[in-house]
Design a protein around this ligand. Structure first.
Ligand SMILES: [Mg+2]
Length: 283
């Protein structure tokens, strides 16, 4: 392998602020990755500080914090920044005439409620409700029948020109070793393709979540500079690309989407070059 592998602990001496992706960095299909709890404990007791940046609109930060806790990780919800929060912010500031039709679980629709908007599950939509819908939001790949929901959205958007937002643009997520499942972003792309339209996408590699984390960290640290921050992720085209666009340094870990075997080809074919490669964030 051409790229040198750096022990993660060495990077903590160089960066006082760390942004972690969640899936493939802190946890995987089996649960919390070995050594992660010890690393976060070290960061908390050391002078470093951290945030989690996740392309996830399936649950609120509070629910995600509870899930981490069940897996043995203490991460308070104020440290968790989700793509669902970016969608919520859009929904709360944008004038929307009518209900928000959502594709996702009941849990994911909390983002719609928190934005102060009225929600309707795609599963409960009937054609006579056409004029009641003011916005469509893709939140999660679960909680509805895909076939029915895709046809519903296509038929609404053929007749109505309303904002449609995608709160998680990921195409796939791993469910087992060597097995993936289709994610929300892929369903949204299907509809975009069919209608020849482009929806409003949230989540990495867009820089919004990075800007949110930066503003959040700056509150307690007014002298914060971008060069003090390191983004740690397992995916080149979301975590690493987004951080490069925002202007902060990057470390790619090999505990998720990118493996030691695929590393050189992945970097070579995408042209997305992390500053560091680490086996994992474990010491
Ligand atoms: Mg990931």
């Amino acid at each position: 392998m051409l790229m040198k592998v750096t022990p993660f602990k060495e990077l903590l001496d160089q960066y006082s602020f760390v942004l972690f992706d969640s899936y493939g960095v802190l946890k995987n299909y089996e649960g919390i990755i070995d050594g992660v709890a010890e690393t976060l404990q070290y960061i908390r007791t050391d002078s470093n500080t951290y945030r989690i940046l996740t392309n996830d609109a399936s649950s609120s930060p509070g629910r995600l914090s509870e899930k981490f806790k069940r897996g043995g990780l203490e991460i308070s919800d104020h440290r968790i920044i989700t793509s669902g929060m970016m969608a919520r912010s859009f929904l709360s500031t944008k004038t929307i005439e009518g209900k928000v039709l959502y594709l996702g679980t009941e849990s994911s629709s909390a983002y719609v409620l928190e934005a102060g908007k009225e929600r309707l599950s795609a599963a409960d939509y009937a054609p006579d409700m056409l004029d009641e819908i003011g916005c469509i939001v893709f939140l999660d790949d679960e909680g509805y029948d895909w076939h029915h929901a895709m046809n519903t959205v296509v038929n609404i958007l053929r007749k109505r020109s309303i904002p449609t937002i995608v709160a998680n643009s990921d195409l796939l997520y791993p469910v087992r070793q060597n097995e993936v499942s289709i994610a929300t972003g892929a369903l949204a792309r299907l509809v975009e393709q069919v209608l020849g339209r482009k929806f409003i996408h949230f989540g990495k590699p867009d820089v919004q979540m990075f800007a949110h984390a930066y503003a959040d960290l700056q509150e307690g640290n007014p002298d914060l500079q971008k060069q003090d921050i390191l983004m740690v992720g397992d995916t080149l085209h979301t975590d690493i690309l987004g951080a490069i666009k925002f202007g902060i340094d990057t470390a790619l870990v090999l505990t998720g989407n990118t493996t030691e075997e695929s590393l050189e080809v992945a970097i070579g074919s995408t042209g997305i070059q992390p500053d560091y490669v680490c086996h994992s964030i474990a010491f």
